[in-house]
Design a protein around this ligand. Structure first.
Ligand SMILES: Cc1cc2nc3c(=O)[nH]c(=O)nc-3n(C[C@H](O)[C@H](O)[C@H](O)COP(=O)(O)OP(=O)(O)OC[C@H]3O[C@@H](n4cnc5c(N)ncnc54)[C@H](O)[C@@H]3O)c2cc1C
Ligand SMILES: NC(=O)c1ccc[n+]([C@@H]2O[C@H](COP(=O)([O-])OP(=O)(O)OC[C@H]3O[C@@H](n4cnc5c(N)ncnc54)[C@H](O)[C@@H]3O)[C@@H](O)[C@H]2O)c1
Length: 471
């Protein structure tokens, strides 16, 4: 048995763990990083990267069928699904070196490739190595939650951990779950030529603003995706190539099933009881500094039980680095965290939705809106489906929702505004280049100030007075 002592031991080399490791080692701490499976974690191997790569393949296929209004004759694309999966694999392979063991060893980090388990409040064992550390960071992420639907365990089904390796094109893909994983995969597969049925127990994209989500869902349905809401999967039966999902509104039989009903955090096999670390199925119980019930142990990213996004794991890494290296009492916020679903149109959110803002701020809330069809660039590009809504209290945005082309890029501005508690005037003062979709944000700010300027008797009185006295 080898014994190592270090300043910081990180369990999990995904988005969160890698960021802590790189930052801490480059600033002088001795770091051990333990990864039981693939370097890069979910985002690189089974999540963001492969899903966005497959979405990109679908986008190419879709463009071939939708050029008529631009004078380009639509043509039915010949899709080689396996080749699309080659693109997915190549995107992962291109990014892989950035997350590799060699790169992290180059920072002076000791990388152990085994599953880790706490053996005491101050020790972790990984294979034949015992690590004693001043501080530990649990960054073990999450995996697909497979619900106890009767019959599911007896049929072949896919999850995000297996769907990207599938090389035969599903003729009819049934997706259980209408959240971001379900709908991103639904549209990519539909555009690549599969028939797709989505079975959603409640409302699809239920964590987003319903008015904005409805615009996305209309478009997905118009592309031919059968989305059945308020319809839970109750039973699954069948065999390879013919799987039937039973729902209250009838049976659906398809060739393949993808389960996308949420995540299960990877905390159960960590020996947390032996480390005096409290946890639940949601993840490790942490305070607003991301510390667990054992002050030496922190948890970040998906394992910390909050919002589950790569950029949140990265943000958490920055917060714990300040605590671990400089003993600064850095705290996490959630009010400025954006998220984006990369369907077409994209659906993006930062801060409060309209309903949340109404509940929190009541009559003090003002909501401004601006539609994509009023934006010249959107008209030129034929991307007029879309809307921005900004929720404002006393002149400061508390939330922004965008659905439409490039919504994921546009939300960045509002994330900046909310993170820094800027006023709407900061956006109104910006000169946006013409013609860009970015002008949508400026016009939303205009929608806030226009009534104050153009419908104000005081402004009119002042202008008339100044005009009278001007030479
Ligand atoms: C299909 C899909 C698409 C997604 N798309 C996006 C997106 O577009 N944008 C976005 O922001 N987020 C997206 N996400 C979410 C994102 O992938 C996660 O939020 C992010 O990966 C979480 O990072 P993490 O570091 O917490 O965990 P992970 O990246 O999952 O890393 C955890 C690591 O810990 C390792 N591990 C677990 N247990 C142990 C142990 N006991 N010992 C040693 N190692 C262990 C695992 O093997 C893994 O490598 C997507 C997720 C999925 C599933
Ligand atoms: N673009 C992105 O940033 C992105 C993309 C994919 C995933 N993610 C992350 O991964 C997380 C997990 O995504 P997800 O889509 O799996 O989870 P989710 O929790 O967001 O959505 C799951 C959906 O499945 C439904 N459901 C649950 N049980 C069901 C049943 N028996 N039958 C039918 N429907 C059922 C739920 O009502 C819910 O709408 C997301 O919350 C997000 O944090 C992010």
């Amino acid at each position: 048995m080898e014994r190592i002592t270090c300043d910081i031991c990180i369990i999990g080399a995904g988005s969160g763990g890698l960021s802590v490791a790189a930052g801490a080692a480059q600033m002088g701490a001795s770091v051990v990083l333990i990864e039981g499976h693939k370097m890069g974690g979910d985002c690189l191997n089974y999540g963001c990267v492969p899903s966005k790569a497959l979405i990109a393949a679908g986008k190419h296929a879709h463009a071939m069928t939708t050029g008529a209004e631009f004078g380009v004759t639509p043509t039915e694309p010949h899709v080689n699904y396996a080749a699309a999966k080659d693109h997915v694999a190549s995107a992962i392979a291109t990014i892989e070196p950035h997350d590799s063991q060699e790169r992290f060893e180059g920072f002076g980090i000791r990388v152990l490739r085994d599953f880790a388990e706490f053996t005491s409040p101050t020790e972790v064992q990984a294979g034949d190595t015992v690590v004693t550390a001043r501080r530990f960071v649990i960054a073990t992420g999450s995996g697909p939650f497979v619900p106890p639907i009767p019959g599911l365990a007896e049929v072949p089904y896919y999850t995000n951990e297996t769907i990207f390796a599938l090389r035969e094109q599903p003729e009819h893909l049934i997706i259980i779950g209408g959240g971001p994983i379900g709908l991103e995969m639904a549209q990519a597969h539909r555009r690549l030529g599969s028939r797709v049925t989505v079975i959603e127990a409640q409302k699809a994209m239920g964590k987003d603003d319903p008015e904005m989500a409805a615009i996305l869902l209309d478009n997905l349905r118009a592309e031919g995706i059968d989305i059945r809401e308020e319809t839970a999967a109750e039973k699954v039966s069948g065999h390879e190539g013919a799987v039937t999902v039973t729902t209250p509104s009838g049976d659906v039989t398809g060739t393949h099933v993808l389960v996308a009903v949420g995540r299960k955090t990877n905390v159960e096999k960590l020996g947390l009881d032996k480390a005096d670390v409290k946890f639940s199925p949601r993840g490790v119980d942490v305070d607003d500094r991301l510390r667990s019930s054992n002050r030496r142990v922190y948890a970040i990213g998906d394992a910390a039980g909050g919002l589950q996004f790569t950029h949140v794991a990265g943000y958490h890494a920055g917060v714990v680095i300040r605590s671990l290296l400089f003993s600064l009492p850095a705290k996490v916020r959630t009010d400025h965290i954006p998220w984006v679903s990369y369907c077409d149109p994209e659906l993006a959110q930062v801060g409060l939705t309209e309903a949340q803002a109404r509940k929190t701020h009541g009559d003090k809330l003002e909501v401004v809106r601006f539609a994509y069809d009023q934006n010249d660039r959107a008209v030129a590009e034929g991307k007029t489906t879309g809307l921005i809504k900004v929720m404002i209290v006393k002149g400061k945005p508390v939330g922004a929702s965008i659905v439409g082309a490039q919504a994921g890029e546009l939300i960045g501005l509002w994330a900046l505004v909310i993170a820094n508690k800027l006023k709407m005037s900061a956006v109104a003062n910006m000169v946006a280049p013409y013609p860009t979709l970015g002008e949508i944000s400026k016009r939303a700010a205009g929608a806030y100030y226009s009534p104050r300027l153009f419908e104000s008797d005081t402004v009119k009185r002042v202008v008339r007075f100044v005009q009278r006295v001007l030479p």
